[in-house]
Design a protein around this ligand. Sequence first.
Ligand SMILES: C[S@@+](CC[C@H](N)C(=O)[O-])C[C@H]1O[C@@H](n2cnc3c(N)ncnc32)[C@H](O)[C@@H]1O
Length: 261
Amino acid sequence: MKIGDLIDGEYLTDEILIIAHALKKTKAWVLSNLDKEISEDVYREISRKISLRKSGYPLQYILGVKEFMGMEFTVRDGVFIPRYETETLVEIALDYIRSKNIKTVAEIGVGSGVISISLAKFAGVRVFGSDINEKAILLSKENAKKLGVFQLVTFSRGEFLEPFEDFFGEIELVISNPPYVETNFNIPVEVKYEPIEAVFSGSDGMDFIREYFKRYKRKWDTFMEFSGSEHSKEIVRSLCRDVKFFRDLDNVERFFFCPSK
Ligand SMILES: C[S@@+](CC[C@H](N)C(=O)[O-])C[C@H]1O[C@@H](n2cnc3c(N)ncnc32)[C@H](O)[C@@H]1O
């Protein structure tokens, strides 16, 4: 069985990536070794992964990794796959943290831990991170260990900031990339494999954000990612008087900052 027999070109880039990852080689190596023979077992395993991909299953779950802020995070079925737009949220927050000399941050909805771990890694801040999904908490801890910031982060299962009530006085900044898709939105097939609670947030996608602003009497400076639609901006303006919007690399106002006072 030859490497080239695994490729039919339907998902060319992903096929090559899956082969390269399975054989622990570069994409260039794969492309220049299409005639190379591989064992039947290896062939069957790679072929299974390529079929999975063709059924719509996300590439990142197949590879088990996703690059974020130059670091390689482990990703796993059952936990949201980080998106590249969120790197801009992290960069904006890092600037703010440095300019205000912030020492303690809380993140709501850590997923694989990308935001918390990046803030701990690049700004040296202490981070408290919550998620309602136990798999996300376990994966975030695993990623924090792998990326060398375990001593700076505390990940706990629970909604919003509930697990960190004892630290409310210490938290100087809240950050979140919450679920913000409308429940009726027709999501791409790949997204259907991701946990539903990571994606949808009520009929207009704003339930999480409304609840965050309602839930706590105490307010914190807050950075959030959201859909950036006109409707969602209207709602954010009604929840936060001095809100400031920030654009992503596609020029969509995808993030907002709400000052605590
Ligand atoms: C869009 S994902 C973001 C994950 C990660 N921060 C990232 O940017 O890749 C949203 C995450 O929020 C979690 N979540 C949803 N509602 C929550 C709530 N009320 N409290 C805490 N976490 C919540 C989901 O389980 C999911 O992991």
